[in-house]
Design a protein around this ligand. Structure first.
Ligand SMILES: Nc1nc(=O)c2c([nH]1)NC[C@@H]1CN(c3ccc(C(=O)N[C@@H](CCC(=O)O)C(=O)O)cc3)CN21
Ligand SMILES: CC(C)C(=O)C(=O)O
Ligand SMILES: [Mg+2]
Length: 282
């Protein structure tokens, strides 16, 4: 793979631009922001990679964004493998991270967790895995790391616990909850995670965590003090027609544009204006 890239392009520069966990750490150490977006298929992975985003996440948000579920809970390991394989074919330089979905870890069977994480690496070609949770899963995370798999942490609004939260709600709002989150973040760093996602917490709490940790902290709905930002790609492109969280900035309204193009196509066909002679064969 690396050799192929060296042959295909003119070598050293491309190899150096391959993002890895060390180059992400260097970005934090040099006060450079880290960019991350989700992708679920080959085409989006290719576009995001060509735009030089640092990290591509095959998020279990897949379930809601692409598969139409109401939560992420129904996503299976096979779903994650299938979509991560497609994404892996489209990306060259971005670091590829995949979520471990609900019930593939935290079940009390750490050996199974390691095997499931291993499948995302070995079968699906991810380079790291992301697990939701704090001190309750540090043993599990340590076991995955011992197997040679880099782990990204995820605290705050961890959507796999949606029923425990009673909905998708801002987290860490009381002093006790904020202290717990900070303690969890420190424990995750101690366990060896290479980066941490903070979702839907106050910008002040996110700033505190970012300052206390040496590893990169990547926020979603966590303010601008984080070392980097992540969004669901469909949200930032305006393709998501369900509820759009307040922390999303829509950089385009592709959903409307796609619908308009499709309507024009329908009109053209119905009025006999597509295809023309040039769009057919003699
Ligand atoms: N398309 C999409 N984008 C996401 O960011 C996303 C998903 N799906 N699925 C998994 C989770 C769920 N996420 C969500 C979903 C809803 C809110 C939300 O309703 N937030 C309210 C605050 C609610 C409250 O605290 O009372 C908001 O106004 O943003 C937040 C995050 C983030 N993740
Ligand atoms: C929003 C990000 C952090 C995520 O976990 C996902 O897309 O599943
Ligand atoms: Mg996720």
């Amino acid at each position: 793979m690396f050799f192929k890239r060296l042959v295909k392009n003119d070598g050293v520069k491309r190899l150096q631009s391959k993002v890895n966990i060390n180059s992400l750490q260097n970005k934090k150490d040099n006060n450079q922001k880290i960019t991350m977006l989700t992708a679920y298929d080959y085409q989006f992975a290719k576009l995001i990679d060509e735009a030089e985003i640092d990290v591509i996440l095959v998020g279990d948000s897949l379930g809601m964004v692409v598969l139409g579920y109401d939560t992420t809970l129904e996503v299976t390991l096979d779903d994650m493998i299938y979509h991560t394989q497609a994404v892996a074919r489209g990306r060259e330089n971005a670091l590829l991270v995949a979520d471990l979905p609900f019930m593939t870890y935290k079940t009390g069977n750490i050996a199974q967790t390691v095997k499931n994480a291993g499948q995302l690496i070995k079968t699906a070609k991810a380079e790291a895995v992301k697990l939701e949770g704090g001190r309750e899963i540090v043993d599990e995370i340590a076991a995955v790391i011992r197997a040679g798999i880099p782990v990204m942490g995820h605290l705050g609004l961890t959507p796999q616990s949606v029923h425990q939260f009673g909905g998708f709600k801002v987290q860490g709002q009381t002093d006790a909850a904020a202290e717990k989150l900070i303690a969890d973040a420190l424990a995750l760093e101690e366990a060896g995670v290479f980066a941490l996602v903070l979702e839907c917490i106050s910008r002040d709490l996110a700033a505190k965590v970012t300052n206390q940790l040496s590893i990169p902290v990547i926020g979603i709905g966590a303010g601008r003090s984080c070392d980097g930002q992540v969004l669901v790609v469909h949200d930032m492109l305006g393709i998501n027609n369900q509820f759009v969280p307040k922390f999303v900035r829509e950089y385009d309204n592709l959903g409307e544009k796609v619908k308009k193009a499709i309507k024009t196509y329908k009109q053209d066909v119905e009025q006999g204006e597509f295809p023309t002679a040039g769009e057919s064969f003699s």
